[in-house]
Design a protein around this ligand. Structure first.
Ligand code: SAH
Length: 209
């Protein structure tokens, strides 16, 4: 489905599609054990900037009990996600929105047991766009690259400003034959202050930290 949709409306790079299983699907699945371990596999999960459904749609397939919201600002991507989840019979909440706006909706703010993001931008940007959706006590699982440990340490204060507490960085994927990947685990310790995320576009234009 993704391949044929991509031929119509480019949703992701052709290079990524060539190695879809390894680069995207298995990579998304590295979060499943972390969700199970935290007893969140049946929780409410928000994927901010899900693109063509990575990792959120893949996690919903792996863990059908998960109550998933897939959010993206790009309409052709959410249109594809609507089609794909209907075709797969998956009950996913697909939203075409910007995180800066959606985070002001009381039914979404401080509301999710877990929030995830992958390739949403520099770590402080990802924190600002994602943490507001977690409930207090919920977890942000940020999929990051090789620099995760340094980024997480450098932005501890940014996480704290947004109500988060960095619990640690997990190395995942290597045992499955993938290149080692990292997940920064942040607990939402207190509600995100009302001024965050800042207005549309500002988080990416002027990253915190
Ligand atoms: N998570 C996917 C896509 C990453 S590309 C993957 O790993 O393959 C980043 C995606 O985030 C794009 O689809 C873009 O439309 C979306 N995005 C960027 N800023 C956003 C924002 N402020 N609110 C919602 N979506 C955003």
């Amino acid at each position: 489905m993704l391949r044929s949709a991509n031929a119509r409306a480019s949703l992701m790079s052709e290079a990524g599609l060539a190695d879809l299983l390894r680069l995207h699907i298995f990579d998304a699945l590295t979060l499943a054990p972390l969700l199970r371990e935290a007893h969140l596999a049946e929780g409410r999960l928000m994927d901010v900037g899900t693109g063509a459904g990575f990792p959120g749609l893949v996690l919903k397939i792996a863990e059908p009990g998960l109550r998933v919201t897939l959010m993206d600002a790009t309409r052709k991507k959410t249109a594809y996600l609507q089609e794909a989840s209907a075709a797969l019979g998956l009950d996913a909440d697909v939203r075409n929105a910007r995180a800066e706006d959606a985070a002001r909706d009381p039914s979404l703010r401080d509301a999710f047991d877990a929030a995830v993001c992958r390739a949403l931008g520099p770590w402080p940007v990802a924190l600002e766009l994602t943490l507001p959706f977690c409930r207090v006590g919920g977890l942000l699982l940020g999929q990051r690259g090789a620099d995760a440990q340094r980024e997480a340490a450098a932005q501890e204060e940014t996480a704290a400003l947004l109500g988060g507490r960095v619990l640690g960085v997990r190395r995942v994927g290597a045992e499955g034959g993938l290149e080692a990947r990292h997940v920064v685990v942040v607990e939402k310790a207190s509600p995100t202050p009302a001024g965050y995320p800042r207005k549309t576009g500002i988080p990416a234009k002027r990253p915190l930290g």
